[in-house]
Every structure is written in C-alpha cells, then in structure tokens.
Ligand binder design. Structure first.
Ligand SMILES: [Zn+2]
Length: 243
C-alpha cells in the first residue's frame, strides 16, 4: 500500500459517505449531533447570536464594528488564519471592542475530506495566528462549510476548541442584497424560536477566496436586523453564553 493510513481512512470514509445518506447528513448538516456534541444555540428563544465568518476583511469588518457598537451588542467572529496574518490590526480591533474571536481554519478547506494531519495543521495554525495577535487562548471553532467527521471533533477537543455550528443562515455569500438577507434571517429566527431555541445566525464579513470582498449587504442587513431584534425584545449574546 503506498498511501499513508490516514489517506486510506479518509478515502474509505468518503466512499461510505457517498454510499449512504445518514453519514452524509451527519458530516454536512449543521444540526446533526451524530459525530459528537457541537454547540448550536441555547434553549432560550429570546437569545440571538450574530456570527460572522471568513474575515478579517478589508472594509466590511471595520464597518460591522461600527454598526455593532452603535447598537451596543457583541458578536462572534470566526476568522481565517491566512487573513489574520494579513490584517492583524483588524483582529485586534475586533477583540478590543469586546467581540468573541474564534478559529475558522488557516485556509478554509472542507475538513470532512482531509486526513487527520491536515485537520490538525489547519486548526493549530489558525489558533497560533490568533493567539500571536491577541495573546489569549482561542476556545471556539467553526468548520468551513459546517463539514466535519469524528476526527474533526476529536482534534478540536485535543486543541481545547468547542465546535460551533449555526441554525439560521442569511445566504449572504450570494449577491442577493440586504432585503433578501434580512428576510432569510427573519424566517430562520422564527423557525428557531418556534422550536424553542435561541438563534445562532451565520453571516459573512469576509470571503474565503480573498481579501476585500464586498459585504456591504451584510453590514446593512445587520444594522436593520439589530433594530428589529431590539424592537422584539430579543437579547444578543456571543456563542460562549451557550457553552
Ligand atoms: Zn467559511
């Protein structure tokens, strides 16, 4: 056998997943618990967490900080290590404003398809990048695309990281404009509330393929969403409130 064993295992897992619906669901659905505990949302439907992935990003991240400060709320930012290296000053500004910073890997691969060695390098590299800038340990990670397999949870745990998914999406990775982002989030919050859960809202201040993506729709949708949450009496929390 010329393959390293981890590659063989990954290949075996991949063909199992391709063959059966249940494992594919477990690997890809953000709400599946089959592969172990992940943090989604608390049991208080009056709570909502705003989470932003794929930054730090020029323009959008700092604009979001202004909006969040104006509404006096704190959010959670899952950052990509290679962008952390490029924009440490934005990372520091996010943390200094009181927001929670989490790990979103070094280069944003689909972790479910990676060998253990790559999963470990991706998570450890991003932790290192963030901890070098912030001087404090990182406790939360979100897997790119929500994809995972048991090894992702195990390695995350070894590194002291809690895996965080979501239960509300804004689909703001697509160029759909602030109105549709907001409507999608509103419907998701209604669904989560209807199930008696808090809302863990996935939005994007960055774009995993490069620095400088236009996220003005996300910034505007956030501003309007926060006005609505306040009008509805919902409390905005960071994801560590649910751990
Ligand atoms: Zn991402």
């Amino acid at each position: 056998m010329s393959h390293p064993s981890s590659v063989v295992l990954a290949t075996a897992a991949l063909s199992t997943i391709a063959a059966g619906g249940t494992l594919a669901y477990a690997a890809l659905s953000p709400q599946s618990q089959l592969f172990g505990r992940t943090l989604i949302a608390g049991r208080d439907p009056g709570e909502a967490a705003l989470t932003y992935d794929d930054g730090p990003n020029d323009a959008a991240t700092m604009q979001l900080l202004e909006v969040l400060a104006r509404h006096s709320v704190r959010a959670t930012f899952f950052m990509i290590g290679r962008f952390v290296h490029q924009r440490p000053e934005i990372v520091r500004a996010v943390s200094a404003a009181g927001h929670l910073v989490g790990n979103h890997t070094m280069t944003h691969p689909w972790l479910a398809w990676q060998p253990d060695r790559v999963i470990r390098e991706e998570l450890r590299g991003c932790n290192q990048a963030l901890e070098d800038v912030l001087g404090a340990p990182i406790r939360y990670m979100r897997p790119p695309h929500g994809a995972r397999r048991p090894a992702v949870l195990r390695i995350a745990r070894e590194l002291g990281l809690t895996l965080v998914q979501w239960n509300v999406m804004g689909n703001d990775w697509a160029p759909i404009g602030p109105d549709r982002v907001l409507r999608k989030v509103q419907r998701g919050i209604e669904a989560a509330t209807g199930r008696g859960r808090g809302a863990n809202i996935l939005l994007h201040d960055g774009y995993h393929q490069g620095m400088g993506a236009d996220r003005s729709a996300t910034v505007e949708a956030t501003d309007r969403l926060l006005a609505q949450l306040r009008a509805n009496g919902q409390r905005v929390v960071t994801v560590d409130a649910w751990s």
